[in-house]
Design a binder for this molecule. Sequence first.
Ligand SMILES: NC(=O)c1ccc[n+]([C@@H]2O[C@H](COP(=O)([O-])OP(=O)(O)OC[C@H]3O[C@@H](n4cnc5c(N)ncnc54)[C@H](O)[C@@H]3O)[C@@H](O)[C@H]2O)c1
Length: 244
Amino acid sequence: MDHVLVTGGAGYIGSHACKALKAAGFVPVTFDSLVTGWQDAVKFGPFEQGDLLDRARLDAVFARYQPVAVMHFAALSQVGESMQQPGLYWRNNVLGSLNLVEAAVAAGCMNVVFSSTCATYGEHDNVVLDEDTPQHPINAYGASKQAVEEILKTFGEAHGLRHVIFRYFNVAGADPEGEVGEHHRPETHLIPIMLEAIDGQREALTVFGTDYETPDGTCIRDYVHVCDLVDAHVLGLRWLQEGR
Ligand SMILES: NC(=O)c1ccc[n+]([C@@H]2O[C@H](COP(=O)([O-])OP(=O)(O)OC[C@H]3O[C@@H](n4cnc5c(N)ncnc54)[C@H](O)[C@@H]3O)[C@@H](O)[C@H]2O)c1
């Protein structure tokens, strides 16, 4: 069976992706430092603890499993933290991804599916944003993800690396079978915070923003279910494998 290296496979979306990959007939190999992830979320294939900043560790994992593709979820992803500690985000997200992509090319693994973000777009007046909308990130997190997109494009041109980039908006939901779920510490995502408030784990839920052009002035956001999202990743992987 084909192996797929899943960076960040111990995290929220990565662990759901591992489940979807296994169901699709792949062996998901989780590569994760556990900086924000959880080892007990690794249930569907081997676990290799390691940091993207450790190139030798990456090379050893590529040599051991010879994956046909990489699904790259590993990143730090808190907007506020990225503004307070931009160096942390450039180093972890950009240098880490550069290491990963160089290790993949060196190992002959030429397919990458990458988790990017709506934060690469920045602020726009038009409501519908699509792939052609100009990217003007307004925080270090979004800028770091846009930089990784550029790395992938240039490695595609220079080395033939094939890639699919997904720019998610808000991801929500959990595995209906309850094998994996969402567990961020601290939790910054609206729906888990709302559930924690309902459950009495926090005093209140604060909805920020009062002057949007909506009936009650609060903002409207788009959500994608995590299972739909990871299914799209598997489709992206198959599309890459078909050599398109
Ligand atoms: N959750 C969302 O709503 C959302 C929206 C848009 C984009 N994204 C992107 O999706 C990806 C996954 O998000 P998530 O919500 O599952 O986050 P998460 O924090 O649950 O998972 C990220 C995983 O990456 C690991 N990691 C981070 N840096 C690492 C490093 N240097 N080496 C090895 N492992 C490392 C963490 O330990 C963690 O397990 C991220 O890249 C994020 O930017 C998420």
